[in-house]
Design a protein around this ligand. Structure first.
Ligand code: GSH
Length: 215
């Protein structure tokens, strides 16, 4: 059955791989599943046809036969459940990998998104300079804890899993901030994720869309 995902017609990041279709592409690449991409403009995302797929008018979405999904956590989980390579067979290890998926989107991603909001949407506010360090410190709290748990391991719980895929995807947004460099174990973890051939293919695919649009 054909899998179709949606992605930005033109990503605001210009192809740095930060738009969330990249994590879905990555999961599909890890699972060895071919997929098609329907590009949507910001306008089209808010129109009825797309809202039927995604109630919040965002990307990515995932369609496979009668099934339509939104939310990258749910999409990656669905892919990981249906195909080998992203979740361990052992029931307890599988539950722990799923826990890391939730931790990525529910505990680590929120303060990182706050930083994006602070930098992009609040830069002109009189309290911006005062607020920024507070937001950054909240991220540091999480990174310190995450780094301690990771320790010297390659991945969060044994072999690479969908939990790592989501966590690396979330941390990628910090790359340009310099904050990650304060946590060398996490910087190395991120680099390991980025070095995976499946990630490389996913990144190249989204970059091709964005550079084709730009030229
Ligand atoms: N929690 C959602 C977030 C989706 C999301 O924020 N998508 C962004 C692109 S990465 C988007 O479509 N932004 C445009 C908008 O909100 O209008 C998920 O993980 O899928």
């Amino acid at each position: 059955m054909t899998i179709t995902i949606t992605a930005f017609e033109r990503s605001p990041d210009g192809g740095r791989g930060l738009a969330r279709d990249t994590r879905v592409r990555w999961a599909l690449e890890e699972a060895g599943q071919p997929y098609e991409v329907r590009l949507v403009s910001f306008g089209a995302m808010k129109e009825r046809a797309h809202l039927a797929l995604h109630p919040f008018g965002q990307i990515p979405t995932y369609e496979e036969g009668d099934l339509a999904l939104f939310e990258t956590g749910a999409i990656v989980f669905h892919i990981a459940q249906r195909h080998a390579g992203l979740l361990p067979d052992d029931a307890n290890a599988r539950a722990r990998a799923i826990t890391w998926m939730f931790a990525a989107v529910n505990t680590v991603e929120p303060p990182i998104l706050e930083l994006v909001t602070a930098k992009i949407l609040e830069a002109d506010k009189p309290w911006h300079e005062e607020r920024l360090p507070l937001v950054e410190d909240r991220i540091r709290d999480r990174l310190k804890q995450l780094s301690t748990r990771l320790g010297d391991a390659d991945w969060l719980d044994g072999a690479f899993s969908a939990g790592d895929l989501m966590m690396v995807s979330v941390l990628l947004r910090l790359k340009s901030s310099g904050i990650l460099d304060e946590y060398p174990k996490l910087a190395a973890y991120l680099a390991r994720g980025e070095a995976r051939p499946a990630y490389q293919r996913a990144f190249a695919a989204q970059l091709a869309v964005n550079t084709a649009r730009a030229s």
